[in-house]
Design a protein around this ligand. Structure first.
Ligand code: BGC
Length: 467
């Protein structure tokens, strides 16, 4: 290599790097499935309500059975991905997803639809845990951050695609097809999975060193790099995962568990999923017709996806806390103004447009902040010996909080009225700015070892990232 330029060209087209990217993309399809699952329901809901003459509570269950399934899926995911291996666990997730989606499409009653939604949820709980884990295990040191972020990006792409396909199908009102089409990427994902190797780290956990080394040789640029990584995985595996024991005996560890739970509760109670699941219902309150509701929802999905890029670009420059303050502030203002508009009754075209604009602003506020950051921070704050346990607890909390929001939103709107409901979410977002100040540490540029050290020494949570 004569200069930096040719060096870069070589690495860009390096077959090992290309292979990792291709594999990463296949595994990130797991994220796409999660997004499709979240997104598909918003467009389908109105039509399901008409077909089955469903009550508000029944519709809340059609939405929320998925989260209940996902909560269950996420607590079994750690066990399954250890015993079956990451690849087979992903396979199980994709197959279950396809069965759930086809089942919803062919459902014969509200009860059967709710059951198949729960099955889709189980699949998502499993895939949403295993896909990022697998991605982080096949990635190299330099591509790890990007690979994990790619996962969140795929979630938002999935939501957008589902909103779009719902919108196109809304002209015929055929909600069965809305579910049917999301089975297609699941089947493609199943086929793609055949080409994925096992995770080298998982193989080494199971004592299958020879196979792990062969895969590393194939995935890394040089044999030296492969050997070096095998050595370092072996060293890391010496830190036994003993989260439950640590949780019972160590109050400092309990603090990081509670912080992880708080971050996920804040992420969900910020209210993003009322927009993701119920945007058309909200827009109905603003007197949009069905097609208007659907196209505006698709626009919200698009902005949710694009704003994720902003977060990925800013997180290592501005730091976590400024981005969180900014996001919660934007969401509080967005929800507050929306409540005010709904209070006034929205009868002019200008106020309708303003409602869509505020929903878009709110979603952008989420996607550029606590959307990706809750996940990132949850993985950063846990000490090595309790990381698996910590991430499992926070993931479970995320789905449970998601379930609570999904199960109560329509009822809240009925009981409190639209304006008060939105003001409630606005106040929660304002409260989360204060909680961020009080409890969330700044982790930008701080090594995981340092965070762990200060956490376990009993340093105040918000100061564990201070140097
Ligand atoms: C959240 C999901 C949400 C999605 C929206 C994720 O980070 O955990 O609940 O639906 O972002 O983009």
């Amino acid at each position: 290599m004569e200069n930096g330029e040719s060096d870069e060209t070589t690495s860009l087209f390096d077959p090992a790097r290309f292979k990792i990217l291709a594999l990463g993309l296949i595994a990130a399809l797991g994220g796409l499935l999660s997004g499709l699952d979240v997104g598909v329901i918003s467009g389908a809901l109105t039509f399901i309500g008409r077909t089955y003459h469903a009550s508000t509570v029944a519709l809340e269950w059609v939405v929320s059975a998925m989260m209940a399934g996902a909560a269950l899926g996420s607590i079994s995911a750690g066990w399954l991905s250890y015993h079956l291996g990451r690849k087979r666990a992903l396979f199980l997730g994709a197959a279950t997803f396809a069965i759930g989606a086809l089942g919803c499409a062919l459902s014969w009653s509200l009860g059967s639809l709710i059951c198949f939604r729960a099955i889709m949820g189980l699949a998502i709980g499993l895939a949403a845990f295993t896909a990022p884990l697998y991605l982080s295990e096949i990635a190299t040191e330099e591509t790890r951050g990007a690979m994990v972020s790619m996962y969140q990006l795929m979630v938002t792409i999935g939501i957008f695609l589902a909103f779009l396909s719902d919108t196109l199908l809304s002209y015929s009102g055929n909600w069965r097809w809305m579910f049917g089409v999301v089975a297609i990427p699941a089947i493609l994902f199943l086929i793609g999975l055949i080409f994925l190797p096992h995770s080298p780290r998982w193989l080494m956990m199971r004592g299958r060193y020879k196979e792990a080394r062969a895969i590393l040789l194939d995935l890394r640029e040089t044999p030296q790099e492969a050997a070096q990584e095998a050595k370092s995985i072996r060293a890391q595996l010496k830190t036994r995962q003993e989260g439950w024991k640590l949780f019972r005996t160590n109050p400092n560890f309990r603090r990081s568990i509670v912080l992880g739970m708080l971050l996920q509760i804040m992420q969900q109670l910020a209210g993003i999923n009322i927009v993701m699941y119920y945007a058309p219902e909200i827009l109905q309150q603003a007197h949009f017709d069905t097609q208007g509701q659907m196209w505006c929802t698709a626009l919200i999905g698009l902005v949710n996806m694009l704003a994720t890029f902003v977060a990925l670009g800013l997180v290592d420059r501005l730091g976590r806390k400024p981005i969180l303050y900014m996001g919660f502030a934007v969401m509080a203002v967005g929800m507050g103004l929306l409540g005010w508009l709904l209070h006034g009754g929205m009868h002019t075209e200008a106020s309708q447009m303003a409602a869509v604009f505020l929903l878009v602003v709110f979603s952008a506020g989420f996607a550029m902040s606590v959307g990706p950051l809750a996940w990132l921070l949850c993985s950063e704050i846990q000490p090595a010996a309790g990381r698996d346990f910590g991430v499992a607890v926070s993931t479970f909390t995320n789905w449970t909080a998601n379930l609570v929001v999904g199960l109560t939103f329509l009822s809240l709107m009925q009981k409190l009225g639209a304006a008060d409901t939105f003001w409630l979410f606005a106040s929660l977002n304002a409260l989360f700015m204060v909680l961020t100040y009080l409890f969330v540490p700044e982790t930008k540029g701080v090594s995981l070892a340092k965070l762990q050290n200060r956490l376990m020494r009993g340093v105040r949570l918000r100061d564990i990232g201070r140097t």
